[in-house]
Design a protein around this ligand. Structure first.
Ligand code: FEO
Length: 490
């Protein structure tokens, strides 16, 4: 089956209604997905991306009903991950010498997956173009780390279609192809789920890349993603959303998540949530049990929140493993400008709360004092939990509050000593350098290059000024190049 997109462009992709997990079990899909491949027939015939390797046979069968495969002049691979380039091996068995256009990084990934270094690779960089006849060209735009090093987008002049690959996409399956044809609430929910769970760590790059694309002053009539719908009606809306989401996005929302051995920590979560609502009814509060509920939904809620409260029973003097796993994910997603606190019930020691507090602080959250409750919270302890929620609501309020908090006279629940606010990234470098500091900061992960230290692991000796650092230098934390570094403003 094909779907007409515009003029000589057709969708020749594959819907996947039944898929439930992606990236192993990392990303749960609640609405299926699609693998969008596009066929352009001008004087030259071009295939943009393929489909997931599990659908290779179906893809070729479908494509052959539309065209003779031997008439394909060029294949563009915007991204080497197997959900887009997976059917390449089957396709190139049939048309082995067809030129493939991709980034240099993609060759490494494609060969790494398919083991065919002899394929006819043609490397492209941002601004390179390919004439496809009838006055139209394909213009390539590299988009490294959005979300793999090899990612790129392809722009079709004349029709003004941006084939954006993963960017602006969503794991969403519908028999309709265009954004104006589907349920808008479902669509935007899946867009946010995708951004928050996959693209959050690269938000600085998202902003930079969108600004770069906008600077070309190219009209964009459609954004043809590689998952989900094609943005036909007001495609700029998703660009604007990405800019909003990439800019330390938060709503007046607090997310509480926990795991609980004996229901005691769950009781604390309920009381804290009630306390927040007591003094700030305007704030949205959502409560999740990490061992029972959708992890990706919780992460999407964290993304939307101004602050989070994380609870765990203490087990063997540490937190429960599913909470630890969530904190690891949250650390990797590198949320910025959010607040956090820890809480939990314990029997004979309360190590979980201390560890959660430390992990949240290390992850860059501005932390408030944690809260511990011994054994099952009684009436007094529940009042203290509720008062804790009230206190958090006051501290994190984005507007003036009129409600008087409940007064708690006695504390059987032991708050931690008031926590030190989260250390700002690279604080150590900030503290140890004077006004003449020449440090550079990675705008993606905040790793700081200090000329006094250099980066001996990459052969950059101490005392090497930034200008003398070689172009092959990569950020040791996120593996991006010198171009993502900026002057470190102390
Ligand atoms: Fe990066 Fe849709 O795979």
């Amino acid at each position: 089956m094909t779907i007409h997109v515009k003029n000589n462009v057709h969708w020749v992709g594959q819907r996947d209604w039944e898929i439930q997990e992606f990236h192993g079990t990392e990303f749960k899909m609640t609405k299926g997905t699609s693998y969008n491949s596009y066929l352009i027939r001008e004087e030259k015939t071009v295939l943009i991306d393929t489909v997931d390797h599990r659908f290779s046979h179906q893809f070729l069968q479908n494509l052959e009903m539309e065209i003779d495969l031997n008439t394909i002049d060029y294949i563009v691979v915007n991204h080497a991950e197997e959900d887009h380039a997976g059917a390449l091996a089957a396709l190139l068995e049939r048309i082995p010498n067809t030129p493939i256009y991709c980034t240099e990084a993609a060759i490494d990934s494609i060969v790494g997956h398919h083991h065919h270094p002899e394929w006819n690779f043609n490397t492209v960089k941002t601004g390179d173009s390919l004439d496809i006849g009838n006055g139209k060209q394909l213009v390539f735009v590299e988009s490294p780390m959005l979300h793999w090093p090899d990612s790129m987008m392809t722009y079709l002049t004349g029709d003004a279609i941006l084939f954006s690959n993963d960017a602006f996409g969503q794991h969403y399956c519908d028999e309709h192809l265009f954004n104006d044809e589907v349920d808008q609430a479902e669509l935007m929910e899946q867009c946010l789920r995708y951004y928050s769970n996959i693209l959050t760590p690269f938000s600085n790059l998202v902003i930079a890349k969108i600004k770069e694309v906008l600077s070309f002053n190219l009209p964009v009539d459609m954004i043809a993603t590689s998952h989900g719908i094609v943005w036909r009606e007001n495609p700029v809306q998703i660009i604007e959303k990405y800019l909003e989401w990439a800019d330390n996005y938060q709503e007046d929302r607090i997310t509480i998540f926990y795991d609980s051995m004996s229901n005691n920590t769950r009781m604390m979560a309920d009381a804290i949530a009630q306390g927040i609502h007591d003094v700030d009814p305007g704030v949205a509060v959502k409560v999740f049990n990490v061992s029972r509920q959708d992890k990706n939904e919780i992460l999407a809620q964290v993304f939307r929140s101004k602050g989070i409260l994380v609870g765990s029973s203490t087990m063997n003097n540490v937190m429960m493993p599913k909470v630890a796993g969530m904190l690891e994910e949250i650390t990797g997603l590198r949320f910025k400008q959010k607040k956090a606190g820890a809480f939990g019930s314990y029997g004979w020691n309360g190590g979980a709360v201390d560890r959660i507090h430390s992990r949240l602080t290390d992850a860059g959250f501005e932390t408030v004092a944690g809260l511990k409750s011994k054994w099952r919270p009684d009436g007094k302890a529940m009042r203290i939990c509720r008062a804790h929620g009230q206190q958090v609501a006051k501290q994190w309020a984005l507007h003036e509050l009129n409600v008087q908090p409940m007064i708690v006279e006695e504390a059987e629940v032991q708050p931690l000593s008031v926590a030190v606010p989260a250390a700002k990234p690279a604080a150590a470098a900030q503290e140890s350098h004077g006004d003449d500091c020449q440090c550079m900061i990675c705008t993606v992960c905040n790793w700081v290059y200090d000329p006094a230290i250099g980066e001996p692991n990459q052969g950059v000796e101490p005392g090497t000024a930034w200008n003398d650092v070689p172009d092959y230098f990569l950020c040791p934390d996120c593996n991006l190049g010198k171009d993502v570094f900026a002057v470190h403003n102390r």
